[in-house]
Ligand binder design. Structure first.
Ligand SMILES: Nc1ncnc2c1ncn2[C@@H]1O[C@H](COP(=O)(O)OP(=O)(O)OP(=O)(O)O)[C@@H](O)[C@H]1O
Ligand code: SF4
Ligand SMILES: [Mg+2]
Length: 323
């Protein structure tokens, strides 16, 4: 399969008054054309930061550090000036449905006005042409044209999320980053949105990065899964390698899965991971997971485990998982 994206040694630090928060520290992964790659991990592990880094839009005081490479369709976008990114990359090639975006629609404007503004910012179109296109996209996400005249508070959560998705697709991007797109929705609406995303992916020939902390949902939607811990990749493998009979290899993924409720398995109590993720201004030396790891050994607190391919397509960063 062809690669759409190659991320190499990506570092994004938030330079706060207390020090640099190393939110992404040497993250490398590929995304293939037509693929859905899931990003999972506990709160604060760097999932959203990965998304905004790929848009080259870190929130202040974030900065992508030198040495990072983001190769999109064969071209490293890191050296490109902001003007070029705005004109040809951000939203045009890479779009993002932000975490909680459906709650950020401006309450005082109609949906039509908000969508029109977004479209006219990027495309030289008169109002009539733009409105036609908006109606077409509303149809694609299963909404009637009348929605244009409504205000956000007159719509359900599922309808608002459909609008946010339609807006992200306006400029026909190749890659869409979906950051927790169904978290605030009930299970029925969640299933509808997932089915819609699957349909749109086929229609527009898209690739997805699907961010969620819901591992059972990730198992349903993603071809490959990337597990992050404290700004680093702990494990990356196919759906089968992570969720299959053999189970994952990294102790962190193992624990995450044991903490995930599964409908068909009744257990007396769910497992949990003791402690909390570390402070990323001063993360633990060696393996960042060692203070919480049930399999830690002496070496783990001294040396950082590299991310190694332990079987074809299966990468793990753990001293216990060498070849
Ligand atoms: N603007 C910012 N300034 C300083 N630190 C930040 C900023 N944004 C994120 N961080 C820190 O960077 C780290 C990664 O945050 P990020 O939002 O990427 O996590 P996440 O995996 O998306 O978490 P969640 O599941 O809660 O959405 C966290 O330690 C967070 O506190
Ligand atoms: S390197 Fe050591 S501490 Fe880290 S996950 Fe592996 S066993 Fe646990
Ligand atoms: Mg997030």
């Amino acid at each position: 399969m062809d690669k759409l994206l190659e991320v190499k040694n990506l570092k994004l630090y938030y330079h706060t008054s207390k020090g640099a928060v190393r939110a992404l520290d040497d993250v490398s992964f590929d995304l293939y054309k037509g693929e859905t790659l899931g990003l999972v991990g506990e709160s604060g592990c760097g999932k959203t930061t990965t998304g905004v880094a790929l848009l080259k839009m870190p929130s202040p005081p974030g900065r992508i550090e030198p040495g990072s490479q983001i190769i999109l369709d064969g071209r490293d976008i890191m050296p490109l000036p902001e003007k070029e990114i705005r004109k040809n990359v951000r939203w045009e090639e890479v779009a993002m449905v932000f975490q909680g975006a459906m709650n950020c629609l401006t309450p005082v404007y109609t949906i039509g006005k908000q969508m029109l503004e977004t479209l006219q910012e990027h495309r030289d179109m008169d109002k009539a042409q733009a409105e036609e296109l908006i109606k077409e996209y509303l149809g694609l996400v299963g909404l009637p044209p009348e929605v244009m005249g409504r205000y956000p508070h007159e719509l359900s959560g599922g309808m608002k999320q459909r609008i946010v998705i339609a807006t992200a697709l306006f400029l026909k991007p190749k890659l869409v980053i979906l950051d927790e797109p169904t978290t605030a929705l009930d299970v029925i609406v969640q299933a509808q949105i997932i089915n819609l995303l699957k349909k749109l992916k086929k229609t527009f020939d898209l690739s997805f990065i699907f961010i969620t902390h819901d591992l059972s949902l990730e198992a349903e939607v993603s071809d490959r899964i990337c597990v992050m811990y404290a700004g680093k990749i702990a494990e990356l493998g196919t759906n089968q390698q992570i969720y299959g009979e053999q189970g994952p290899m990294h102790p962190y993924t193992e624990k995450l899965l044991q903490a995930t409720p599964l409908l068909h398995k009744k257990v007396d109590s769910l497992s949990y991971i003791p402690g909390t993720p570390p402070d990323l201004i001063d993360p633990p030396k060696g393996c960042r997971f060692h203070p919480r790891c049930h399999k830690a050994m002496d070496k783990c607190s001294q040396e950082e485990p590299p991310l190694l391919e332990v079987e074809p397509g299966h990468m793990v960063a753990c001293w216990r998982c060498g070849k």
